[in-house]
Write a protein that binds this ligand. Structure first.
Ligand SMILES: NC(=O)c1ccc[n+]([C@@H]2O[C@H](COP(=O)([O-])OP(=O)(O)OC[C@H]3O[C@@H](n4cnc5c(N)ncnc54)[C@H](O)[C@@H]3O)[C@@H](O)[C@H]2O)c1
Length: 293
């Protein structure tokens, strides 16, 4: 299959490119910044906010499947108005161009931050958080991801033979980060485990980048279109924590006390039920099996 990956130079995108290529697909990575070269993978340096350049790369590659990851990927990294505008514009432009140029499937990266757990008062209806739990973003990045999910639903409703899905990856751990490289927030995996206040900000969720990448591949390869119009979690089953979340979560998010009591030891705050049910996806790597330093 011809696959176009936007943001293929990024923390998650590098694994998405690698996983698609290893599964035998013909991959083009499109990014404003160069990434590591990989034999057999084409790279196109394009600012995807440039409508003409974006349309041209789609016309030339004519992808059958698209994984859309490019964007502002960190809350508060940029001014709020810029984050909303850039992520929304990129999503609509890429998804609509993908369909216009004949793609059969598009999976776009959203984020669990749509649940709004960044606020001190946050109280979930239930735990673990599943794909049906209400969303209530509390910052521009979370809102931008909700806009991406709505773009997916909007285009899914308009049909015309292309599957549109959104994937909410947990806090992504790239392969080198298990060896001690810094994670997205600037500290190591070991530090996140040793200082629970760090991982608490994301409710202790995480996912190995290769595991999340496999879900993007499954969406592309699934001929039945089971993920059409859906939001899928891609989150490790266990928490990035040495202790049980029934104790840790209420310490950092007091509003979770009641719901967290339902979590079994070793159970994370997120369920990836829909990805498992619809596509048979299951996270294979845990910090216990992968951590090297
Ligand atoms: N890293 C995480 O923990 C995490 C968690 C949930 C969701 N996500 C989402 O997954 C996606 C990938 O995240 P990441 O951690 O790999 O981010 P990243 O910042 O490492 O990579 C994003 C890539 O997009 C590219 N990009 C940005 N604007 C572009 C533009 N206008 N044109 C072309 N390329 C552009 C960047 O150059 C970069 O290589 C993002 O959409 C992010 O919001 C990430």
């Amino acid at each position: 299959m011809r696959v176009l990956v936007t943001g293929g130079s990024g923390r998650l995108g590098r694994s998405v490119v690698e996983v698609f290529a290893r599964r035998g697909h013909d991959v083009t990575s499109v990014d404003a910044s160069p990434g590591p070269e990989r034999p057999g993978v084409a790279f196109r340096r394009v600012d995807l906010l440039d409508d003409a350049a974006r349309a041209q790369v789609f016309a030339e590659v004519r992808p059958e499947a698209v994984a859309h990851l490019a964007g502002i990927a960190v809350p508060h990294a940029r001014p709020g108005a810029e984050t909303v505008a850039v992520n929304a514009r990129l999503a609509w432009g890429v998804l609509d161009d993908a369909r216009a140029h004949g793609a059969r499937s598009v999976a776009a990266a959203s984020s669990p931050t749509v649940f709004g757990y960044g606020s001190a008062e946050w109280t979930p209806e239930r735990l673990p958080l599943d794909e049906e739990h209400p969303v209530a973003p509390v910052h521009a990045y979370g809102l931008s991801k909700l806009v991406i999910e709505e773009a997916v639903r909007t285009l899914a409703r308009s049909g015309r033979g292309c599957v549109f899905a959104a994937v909410r990856p947990g806090y992504v751990i790239a392969p080198e980060e298990w060896e001690g490289a810094l994670t997205q927030q600037g500290h190591t995996v070991s530090e996140r485990l040793d200082r629970p206040e760090l991982a608490a900000a994301s409710l202790f969720n995480y996912v190995d980048a290769r595991d999340a990448a496999e879900l993007f591949a499954l969406v592309a390869e699934d001929a039945s279109g089971a993920a059409h119009g859906r939001v899928l979690h891609a989150v490790a089953g266990d928490p990035m924590a040495r202790g049980p979340l029934s104790e840790l979560l209420p310490r950092f998010h007091p509003g979770t006390a009641q719901a967290a009591a339902a979590l079994a030891p070793g159970q994370g705050a997120f369920s990836s039920r829909e990805a498992r049910r619809l596509l048979g996806w299951t996270p294979r790597r845990t910090w216990r099996s992968e951590l090297r330093s």
